[in-house]
Design a protein around this ligand. Structure first.
Ligand code: BTN
Length: 265
């Protein structure tokens, strides 16, 4: 499988806020590469795309398995003029952009799982990892890393995740050129990120709730106090997940949740 057609992707980025696209054949992690570039002053709108990652980073120290020729591993440098307390909203902004883009390949089957998973038919299709440098006064930069399973087939996934992962190819039933997916991703990110910067988080929250199948679901929350069960109510104005626990509304700003299968599922 050849590497990316770089010219196609560069021309798709024209007119968007993505002004510089760097291609790497292999890197440890596009997030790590982009964080180094951001630290040295790379501007907003710099993207790093790799054909393969040797130590792709997932949330909570997990590994994101990143073989060559099959998927998209991209990290974007953002320098949003937002309050540092809002930095975690960037993951939700990216989630909405990815979900709206993936809906063109898997209409009606895409769901967002708080805070950063994009699922198709309940299986993970994309993961998002935002890493940032924030001071008390400002957000210096946020690197948003997006991993999308594009042309993986069941046998390509590690056995440990075979039952819980999927790809665009598995959902749409056809091989999809990765350049096309990157182009659609850039357009969607451009539209949603601009909406966020121009109007604030409210419109993103509405879209996120439209794409989420979580409302009313029973969940288990991993919190510092241990495992807590609850029922999802919605999303707070700042992006926190709200859930009902023992008759009280609680809100979660960070953490890991598991959705309990509903009756009959
Ligand atoms: C997760 O769901 O745990 C987040 C996975 C994020 C993976 C992407 S792939 C591109 C970017 N580079 C990384 O090292 N991680 C993110």
């Amino acid at each position: 499988m050849p590497r990316f057609n770089e010219d196609l992707i560069k021309s798709a980025s024209q007119g968007t806020f993505i002004k510089d696209v760097r291609f790497l054949e292999e890197t440890e992690s596009t997030n790590k590469s982009a964080l180094t570039m951001a630290y040295h002053g790379a501007p907003e709108g710099t993207a790093v795309i790799a054909d393969a990652q040797t130590a792709g980073r997932g949330r909570l120290g997990r590994l994101w398995i990143s073989p060559p020729g099959k998927n998209i591993y991209v990290s974007l440098i953002l320098r949003p003029a937002i309050d540092p307390s809002s930095a975690s909203q960037i993951t939700l902004v990216a989630g909405v952009a990815v979900a709206e883009m993936l809906n063109t390949y898997c209409p009606g089957r895409i769901e967002l799982k708080w805070p950063n998973d994009v699922l198709a038919n309940g299986r993970k299709l994309c993961g998002i990892l935002a890493e940032s440098r924030v001071t008390a006064e400002k957000v210096e930069y946020v690197v948003v890393g997006i991993g999308i399973n594009v042309n993986m087939e069941p046998g390509h996934f590690d056995e440990s995740i075979r039952e819980i992962a999927t790809s665009i190819r598995m959902e749409a039933g056809a091989e999809i050129p990765r350049e096309e997916v990157v182009a659609r991703l850039f357009w969607s990110l451009d539209r949603i990120y601009r909406l966020y910067l121009e109007t604030g988080f409210g419109a993103i929250r509405e879209k996120w709730l439209d794409c989420s199948g979580m409302i009313g679901k029973d969940i288990t929350v991993s919190s510092p106090d241990g495992l807590v069960k609850g029922t999802v109510v919605g999303m707070g104005a700042e992006g926190q997940l709200t859930y009902l626990h023992e008759g009280k509304i609680k809100s979660l700003t960070a953490g890991e949740i598991t959705i309990q299968p509903g009756a009959g599922e």
